[in-house]
Design a protein around this ligand. Sequence first.
Ligand code: SAM
Length: 266
Amino acid sequence: MKKVKAKKQFGQHFLLSENVVKKIVDEVDIKEDDIVVEIGPGTGVMTQEILSRNPKKLYAVEIDQTLYPILEEKFKEYKNFELVKQDILKVNMRDFLQNSKIKLVGNLPYNVASLIIVNCVFNLDILHSCTFMIQKEVAEKLTAKPKTKDYTFLSVFIQTFFDVNYVMSVPARFFSPPPKVTSAVVKLIPNNKYNLTEIKKYKNFLSFIFNNRRKMLRTKLDEETLLKAGINPTLRAEELNVEDFIKLFEVVKNDDRKFSDEDSHS
Ligand code: SAM
């Protein structure tokens, strides 16, 4: 096969290690009735491994048009393979839904990895699991505990809805071209812990609270509100656990003044 020149604008770092590919696909735990969606198949290394496990259907969503002929040629024999020629951020994941929930997998483009993960929350009800290769730095945020430097908006938002398992770190030398940072594989499984329906509002609320996360909460919300939720007003956002955020959200969620559309999160 002709060597493919990686494109920076699409965050392309192709996996070289068969072992890493196998380990990721092992984590997905594919059964014959499964609907699998792969984000960014690239030249198809992981796609090939997924198809070897014979899922009911694999949708591979790729944005880079120059890769389409390669993928189409490589997987033309597979009736259960469908190339989706789109930007994952514009895809309606519900179009892929059949009888079983979706197993989402991908060596994600790092420039949009956080956005893709945040979007998973809005598809929670149709997802079985998400197994992603991402920057290690983002993986550390996803698994961070309160009172640590990595504990951010992303930690709380994702941990509210998913159990996050850190599967393994992957050094840059396992990719071509090697990224500047170390990578990591994480597996997200919906935890169904809280019955939160106003997800967009909750996201805006967390963005609002984490904006200047070192400031005391009483600088963002009035003391009465905080005390009603059982939260000490002198605490900072980074000191609250997920349960605290939920309690606080329950108290303030009908107060639209406080958090309209905040998007400054990391
Ligand atoms: N899965 C391949 C591998 O492991 O070798 C490629 C992984 S590479 C890190 C990321 C892939 O996602 C590339 O193929 C890139 O073109 C694709 N991609 C980037 N942005 C995308 C988007 N918004 N929607 C769909 N695919 C995207």
